[in-house]
Design a protein around this ligand. Structure first.
Ligand SMILES: Cc1cc2nc3c(=O)[nH]c(=O)nc-3n(C[C@H](O)[C@H](O)[C@H](O)COP(=O)(O)OP(=O)(O)OC[C@H]3O[C@@H](n4cnc5c(N)ncnc54)[C@H](O)[C@@H]3O)c2cc1C
Length: 510
């Protein structure tokens, strides 16, 4: 049997990624088993693609960020929960390292791909079953957001999932902000059931009554407890369409947009929970220009924005795509402009909403970004997303995630999740800019702390590779996650053999 390592053929691109990156090279803690791919191919003929094949190349490059293009030993494409279960059994018996890939939209290197291991995309687990009576949709974990919107739109229903069409189901184990976030809370709290393959190869359903501890742990626990194969998501009724689109503002309008953002966080999103805005500032290094471009949404089939949102169109803008349309259509439009395979880096932290802080942080980021114009293809993105008290009440009234935000349930203060994203053309530039970016974001955290506005929560789905997202949930939640790990994965298979992405912190390491 050919040893799969013998197939190693490093392409120039992959080699460049490794030599120049300052991003993490994850250490092998399990005994490497070079026979894994051969054993898999024997067990699942037709489902395994060795390194260098067309399927391998496609799957290895099918990621939003070039930081995720790695060098897996082979690609395994299971098309049933049973195959996932058998494969996990094989991985554990042979100490095979593997990755679990949803839609491939994490920018964390090896979050969903792997060097020298098995890349397991979930894409063939792609069925949808709409249950009109129960008000839910059972969705394969290989689906993209567009598939779910397209399945639900014809029924005048929608689900609390990501807003961009190509994003995958990974957010159902991370956090998840949807168009209905202000009314319905996090995506994780709108999951009614997870079908999970555990470390021992068994298949369980985790919900309020069956394995409730695992159910809770998955609501923020990422890939640390098992391979989720299907999730049943709560649906809500729509009016058959949504009013929304993107409004683009010139640099001269940015001060007014910043005021709008604060007003949205503390008034619009609070007083009318059908409102939804995703405020974004963008800096283009090539042109040295900044704009704001904001998806602005009202979750009703109306023909114009309600009075409370008028400020978004009263602020001078250059272009607006606002119109009444299906949710799928909106999700497709929003994804335009976020192409795959550019180099992406993202970092995030949380604050209490504050107009001065929002203004100062963008001003500081803008001047910081201007120092890096020489980097080809540089684009800086700053997003300011609210978590209102109501969205937390909605979340925690449905279930009990592990995100550690329940402290904020009773204090009527909106939180702001501040996102800092960099795009560039080449991995060659990461060694220069990424450490400085981490330092810059840390200086903004320090600024928020100095004004007593910092909140410890780090949203996992937008976190940087070295940001301690799970530790940020707080000691009680982390202790609970260790208990669940001890019960469901006592030999730490999902730490040792699935090394990528946000992992449970090592005990005593934080
Ligand atoms: C353009 C863009 C738009 C976005 N829009 C939104 C948005 O509207 N709302 C929002 O909340 N977030 C959004 N995000 C962030 C997004 O939620 C995260 O990137 C999320 O992790 C993506 O999930 P994925 O399946 O695409 O990613 P992947 O990179 O495939 O997976 C992310 C993590 O989840 C784990 N995982 C995936 N599937 C499984 C599974 N079946 N079982 C166990 N673990 C699994 C992976 O191992 C990996 O560690 C957006 C990101 C981008 C780049």
């Amino acid at each position: 049997m050919a040893r799969c390592r013998a197939l190693l053929q490093l392409g120039a691109t992959a080699a460049a990624l490794w030599s120049y990156s300052v991003l993490p090279l994850l250490m092998v803690t399990a005994a490497p088993t070079p026979e894994c791919c051969a054993l898999l191919a024997q067990a699942f003929p037709g489902d395994v693609s060795p390194r260098g094949t067309d399927v391998w190349t496609f799957e290895n490059e099918d990621f939003w960020s070039a930081t995720e293009i790695r060098n897996p030993s082979c690609v395994f494409l299971p098309d049933s929960t049973e195959k996932v279960a058998q494969a996990v059994g094989l991985f554990v018996a042979n100490e095979c390292r593997f990755s679990i890939k949803g839609g491939g939209h994490s920018a964390i290197p090896q979050a969903a791909n792997i060097d020298d291991g098995v890349l397991m995309p979930m894409k063939l687990l792609n069925t949808t079953e709409v249950d009109l009576e129960a008000g839910s949709i059972r969705a394969g974990m290989g689906l993209l957001m567009r598939d779910i919107y397209q399945a639900l739109d014809p029924h005048n229903l929608t689900a609390m999932i990501g807003r961009y069409e190509k994003v995958g189901m990974g957010l159902t184990v991370g956090a998840g902000i949807s168009y209905f976030f202000n009314r319905e809370g996090f995506a994780v709290d709108n999951v009614l059931n997870y079908e999970v393959v555990l470390a021992n190869g068994s298949i369980v359903n985790a919900n309020q009554t069956s394995h409730p501890d695992l159910f809770r742990a998955l609501k923020g626990g990422n890939n640390n407890f098992g391979v989720v194969t299907h999730a049943t998501l709560r649906t809500v009724e729509t009016e058959g369409a949504v009013y929304g689109g993107v409004v683009y503002y010139p640099e001269s309008s940015i001060p007014q947009v910043t005021d709008q953002i604060y007003d949205y966080h503390t008034r619009q999103a609070v007083e009318d929970t059908l409102t939804h805005v995703l405020p974004q500032y963008g800096y283009n290094g090539t042109s040295n220009e900044s704009i704001a471009f904001c998806p602005v949404i009202y979750n009703r089939a109306v023909d114009e924005l309600p009075e409370i949102m008028r400020g978004w169109v009263d602020t001078p803008y250059t272009q607006s795509t606002l119109k009444k349309r299906p949710y799928a259509d909106l999700a497709f439009e929003l994804h335009d402009g976020f192409p795959d395979r550019q180099v992406q880096e993202q970092r995030v932290f949380t604050v209490y909403a504050d107009a001065d802080l929002y203004r100062d942080v963008w001003a500081a980021y803008h001047s910081w970004l201007q120092q890096w114009q020489h980097i080809p293809g540089l684009y800086g993105l700053h997003v300011v997303m609210p978590i209102t008290q109501n969205s937390l009440v909605a979340s925690y009234s449905k279930s009990s995630n592990v995100l550690g935000l329940n402290d904020n349930l009773t204090n009527n203060q909106t939180l702001g999740v501040l996102y800092f994203g960099l795009t560039m053309d080449s991995m060659d530039d990461t060694a220069e800019i990424l450490p400085a970016h981490a330092e810059f974001v840390q200086s903004m955290i320090d600024l928020a702390k100095s004004r007593n506005l910092w909140h410890p929560y780090i949203m996992l789905t937008y976190s940087g590779w070295d940001q301690p997202a799970i530790a940020s949930y707080g000691p009680e939640n982390v202790a609970f996650l260790y208990e669940v790990q001890a019960a469901y994965d006592p030999t730490h298979v999902f730490q040792r053999l699935v090394p990528g992405g946000q992992k449970l912190p090592e005990p005593g390491s934080w």
